[in-house]
Design a protein around this ligand. Structure first.
Ligand code: SF4
Length: 386
């Protein structure tokens, strides 16, 4: 499958790298005014403050997918996030719109842990050793357009951490009731999101089995597959996997009355100990609704946590671990790259356009549309031992 999406980032001219942040901010505001309604800048919550200040709209993956689909005015969508998000925006926006990723190297390590051929092979293998059980792929939006296309063709859907539970429930509902008719779900690529969601739905650990793409049949026997309802691709997010039960215990020892809230990409042992788990949007809502004086340790990306700490100065808010939890690829989007993109647009040049090939986009859209039709869960999941 041919991709036109760039993965190699040309070195931007030195003048952008030598200019102060204050001057770049001023230039960006000037260029935004010149480009007017032709331009919409979308910013993921994990971006730095200086980038979020430039964004017209901010959100998590689900919200940004929906916002991208609603942008009917802007000719140029500058996506300050990572590769897979820009691909989704290209799939969901109109053919006339151009989606731009300011730094072509801003990928997602978790998304890169799975590939389309591997997912198609996994579906064949698992179906064969399970005696043709109906296995429906549910693919986290943190995945390439090519995997989303495999998912769409196989009757599956995408999900985000905001709506994953509802998507799993849809997949397991009978076809006659409008569901996906799955006997089993292949959850790609984040094992932790799959395991934590299965637990929140009341399933025990034995309902989950890890599919290791480096091993024949994923390292699973026919009995393993027969026992499992959730077949979990062996992928993870290094930003969230770094949180440990020791962090939860330490923060509780140090701050009496602190509540721990974590993202479901964290390992099961961490989610089990936390007071609550939720997507980025669900975490933000929990903080918004909390009274002054509340104390929180948050297990997710540091840029977002530090921004919440600044915005809600009447609460005590900290990252769960002492060391920062930074997504290094999100960090590749910075003011110099954004201003470089805007400067080029103002001169009539498009750089770093993200384009998904037509057939792939059509099939990936099936999976994205199924996801968007399924409602997101508003609030965090309360922690309870299992
Ligand atoms: S925080 Fe994790 S899942 Fe999100 S973009 Fe970074 S590596 Fe990918």
């Amino acid at each position: 499958m041919q991709h036109k999406t760039p993965r190699y980032q040309v070195r931007i001219p030195d003048k952008y790298l030598r200019t102060s942040a204050a001057e770049l901010g001023r230039l960006a505001a000037e260029l935004k005014a010149r480009l007017g309604s032709d331009l919409c800048i979308l910013g993921h919550h994990y971006q730095s403050d200086e980038v979020i200040e430039l964004a017209d709209l901010a959100g998590d993956s689900l919200k940004l997918s929906q916002l991208a689909a609603q942008q009917d005015q802007a000719r140029y969508i500058v996506f300050c996030g990572v590769h897979f998000m820009a691909e989704s925006a290209d799939i969901l926006s109109s053919d006339e719109q151009v989606v731009i990723l300011p730094n072509a190297q801003a990928g997602c390590n978790m998304a890169d842990m799975a590939d389309a051929d591997g997912v198609a092979a996994a579906l064949d293998e698992l179906s064969a050793i399970s005696g043709d059980a109906r296995i429906v792929p549910i693919t986290y939006v943190n995945s390439s357009a090519a995997i989303k296309a495999v998912t769409g063709r196989a009757g599956g859907a995408c999900c985000t951490s905001s709506n994953v539970r509802n998507v799993f429930e849809w997949a397991l509902a009978p076809k006659a009731a409008g569901g996906g008719g799955a006997e089993k779900i292949l959850c790609v690529p984040d094992q932790h999101l799959g395991r934590n969601t299965a637990a929140a739905m009341g399933y025990g650990d034995d309902a989950c089995a890890i599919y290791d793409p480096d091993l024949p049949n994923g390292g699973l026997s026919a009995d393993d597959v027969a026992r499992a309802t959730f077949l979990l691709w062996k992928g993870f997010c290094y930003v969230h996997q770094r949180f440990t039960p020791a962090h939860v215990k330490a923060v509780r020892r140090r701050h009496a009355g602190i509540r721990v809230i974590v993202h479901p990409e964290c390992p099961r042992e961490v989610v089990r100990l936390a007071d609550a788990a939720g997507s980025t949007e669900q975490i933000i809502r929990a903080i918004q609704q909390a009274p002054a004086g509340s104390k929180w340790a948050i297990g997710t990306e540091s840029n977002l946590v530090n921004r919440l700490a600044k915005r809600y100065g009447d609460q005590f808010i900290r990252v769960l671990s002492d060391a920062p939890a930074l997504c290094m690829t999100m960090h590749l989007i910075n003011l110099p790259h954004v201003v470089w993109v805007l400067d080029n647009l103002a001169e009539g040049r498009v750089v770093n356009q993200v384009t998904v090939e037509t057939d792939e986009a059509r099939d990936a859209k099936l999976a994205l549309d199924r996801m968007i039709a399924i409602k997101a869960v508003r609030d965090v999941t309360k922690g309870k031992p299992d």
